[in-house]
Ligand binder design. Structure first.
Ligand SMILES: O=P(O)(O)OC[C@H]1O[C@H](OP(=O)(O)OP(=O)(O)O)[C@H](O)[C@@H]1O
Ligand SMILES: Nc1nc2[nH]cnc2c(=O)[nH]1
Length: 184
């Protein structure tokens, strides 16, 4: 596998400009929704899902006007592969979620099993409400886990995608845009 070949042969699904515009749009939607959901003086607890959610989170949070605190979860189901397996937790959130309004921020909703586990965990920890934001939603006929996220930036077809946080065998997370691997 030559990483440069993967990149040069990939199909660009969404340009960097399109991704940035989609993040602007999600930020507006989140701010609007949180005006009605957040208790006064209570910040939104934002949980970034490592590693894939890192770049999306870094672009999204400075655009939010909603008062917030930042924490992270490290959980992986694919572990550098292109087929998912059981979710492996590497880091639980440090913040106490009891009574909090939580926003889980991830790069992609695919089968939805990762986000379903993370939402369940936050609810078990006593979160008052749990919202989910993803940069991309993969278009599947049905999902085994969470059927949809509350805030979605862009749609992608049912192909293996990378860029803007998403990896191809742990490479290409920093690719500027969203790309689909050739023939996958
Ligand atoms: O909807 P699902 O089918 O569960 O897949 C979505 C998850 O897969 C990726 O994580 P991955 O396990 O590859 O770890 P990573 O964040 O380190 O890339 C991605 O970041 C999501 O968290
Ligand atoms: N990088 C990447 N991670 C995923 N996790 C679930 N689906 C995908 C995908 O298409 N690409």
């Amino acid at each position: 596998m030559n990483i440069n070949t993967v990149l040069t042969e990939a199909d660009c699904l969404h340009s960097l400009d399109t991704v940035i515009a989609a993040i602007d749009h999600i930020a507006e939607q989140i701010d609007r929704r949180m005006q009605t959901e957040l208790l006064r003086d209570k910040p939104l607890v934002c949980l970034s899902v490592m590693l894939g959610g890192l770049i999306f989170t870094g672009h999204l949070l400075p655009k939010l006007k909603t008062p917030l605190i930042i924490d992270y979860i490290h959980a992986t189901r694919y572990q550098g592969e292109t087929q998912g397996a059981d979710l492996k937790w590497l880091k639980y959130p440090s913040v106490n979620l009891q009574g909090e309004t939580v926003l889980i921020i991830d790069d992609i909703l695919d089968e939805g099993l990762t986000l379903k586990s993370l939402v369940d965990y936050c609810e078990q920890q006593g979160a008052k409400q749990v919202f989910t934001a993803v940069l991309v939603e993969k278009q599947l006929p049905m999902r085994r886990g969470l059927p949809q996220a509350d805030f979605v930036g862009l749609l992608v077809p049912n192909r293996y995608v990378f860029g803007f946080g998403m990896d191809y065998h742990e490479h290409l997370r920093s690719a500027a845009g969203i790309f689909a691997v050739k023939n996958q």
